[in-house]
Design a protein around this ligand. Structure first.
Ligand SMILES: [Fe+2]
Ligand SMILES: [Fe+2]
Length: 302
C-alpha cells in the first residue's frame, strides 16, 4: 500500500474527526485573555531590563521559546499542506488547524508585551531571524508527519500548560490554559488518526512512529539561543526529559496506541518496534539520571 493509498483511505476518518473537533471545541477570543489595563502605563522609551519583567528566568525562557515556536506557523502550514494535500477533508482540516494556531501567537504576544515579560526588541529580532531561516523539522513522509504532529501537539499542550503554572499569575495561567486546550484538541485529532492508520497499515505506521520517536525534536530548534533556553526550561521542570518520556512517549506508545501488543507486523516493522522500545528505555534511564542531578544541584544551592 502506498502512502498516498493510506491517505486516501483515511479521508472518511479525517472528516469524522473534524466533525467531532467542530462539535467539541468552543470559540474563544485572544483579546479577552490579555490584561489591557497594564497598557496605560506602558512606555518603551527605555531599554528593557530583566528587572522590569514580573517573571523569573525559566518563565521568561519558556514564554520566549513557546511564542517563537508559534510564530513559525507559515512553515508548519506549508508542510502539512504538502504532506496531506490541499483537497477534500485533509485540506479543510489543515486550513481550520492553521486558523486556530494563528490565535496562539496573538494571545501570547499581547500578554507578553503588556506584562513586559521579555525584551520586545530581542523578541522581534529573534522572530525575524527564525522565520527568515524557515528551519522546521522535516519528516520523511506523510505517515511520519502524522506521528510527528500527534507527539508534538501533546508536547506543546504540556509545555504551554506548565509554563502557565510557572508564571504565578492567574491571567497568564488562564491565557495559556486556553492555548493548551486548543493544542489538546489538535492532539486528539492526530492521535486518533494514527490509531486508524495502525488498523489500515500497521507495519508502515509503526515504522513511522519509531522513526519519529527516535528522531523527535521540538519545532523550535531554529530559535536564536534555543539550546540555552531549552536547558533553563528543563532545569525548572517545565519541560524536561522526564516529562517527555512519562507524559508523552509512554502514554502514547503503550496506553493509547498499544504498540506492545500489536500483532501482524512485517519483520522490518517488528524490528523497528523492538528498537523503539529499547530507545524509550534508554531515554527513561537518562531522564531519571537528569532529575537526580537537578535535585542534587538544587540541594547544593540551599
Ligand atoms: Fe499552537
Ligand atoms: Fe496545535
Amino acid at each position: 500500500m502506498s502512502v498516498q493509498d493510506v491517505l486516501n483511505s483515511l479521508e472518511p476518518t479525517v472528516e469524522q474527526l473534524m466533525d467531532r473537533h467542530m462539535r467539541t471545541t468552543k470559540e474563544w477570543f485572544p483579546h479577552e485573555t490579555s490584561p489591557w489595563a497594564l497598557g496605560i502605563e506602558l512606555d518603551f522609551t527605555e531599554d528593557w531590563v530583566a528587572e522590569l519583567s514580573p517573571f523569573n528566568r525559566a518563565a521568561r525562557s519558556s514564554l520566549y521559546v513557546n511564542l517563537l515556536t508559534e510564530d513559525n506557523l507559515p512553515y508548519y502550514f506549508r508542510d502539512i499542506d504538502d504532506m496531506f494535500g490541499p483537497d477534500g477533508a485533509w485540506g479543510a482540516w489543515s486550513r481550520r488547524w492553521t486558523a486556530e494556531e494563528g490565535r496562539h501567537s496573538i494571545a501570547m504576544r499581547d500578554y507578553m508585551i503588556l506584562t513586559k515579560a521579555v525584551d520586545p526588541v530581542e523578541l522581534e529580532r529573534a522572530r525575524m531571524n527564525q522565520v527568515g531561516k524557515g528551519e522546521v523539522p522535516a519528516p520523511d513522509n506523510a505517515l511520519e508527519a502524522l506521528a510527528y504532529v500527534a507527539i508534538q501537539e501533546l508536547a506543546t499542550r504540556i509545555a504551554h500548560f506548565n509554563t502557565g503554572k510557572h508564571l504565578d499569575d492567574p491571567v497568564g495561567y488562564e491565557m495559556l490554559k486556553r492555548v493548551s486546550t486548543d493544542e489538546n484538541f489538535h492532539h486528539l485529532f492526530y492521535r486518533d488518526l494514527v490509531s486508524t492508520t495502525l488498523e489500515i497499515d500497521p507495519g508502515a505506521m509503526v515504522q513511522a512512529i519509531a522513526a519519529q520517536v527516535e528522531g523527535f525534536a521540538m519545532p523550535g530548534t531554529g530559535i536564536p539561543g534555543f539550546d540555552r533556553h531549552a536547558q533553563i526550561i528543563a532545569r525548572a521542570g517545565i519541560y524536561d526529559l522526564t516529562v517527555h518520556v512519562d507524559q508523552i512517549l509512554k502514554p502514547l506508545i503503550y496506553r493509547q496506541w498499544k504498540l506492545d501488543t500489536l500483532t501482524g507486523l512485517t519483520p522490518e516493522a517488528d524490528q523497528a518496534r523492538t528498537n523503539m522500545f529499547a530507545f524509550i528505555d534508554a531515554l527513561d534511564e537518562l531522564a531519571i539520571a537528569q532529575r537526580e542531578k537537578s535535585a542534587e544541584r538544587a540541594a547544593a544551592r540551599v
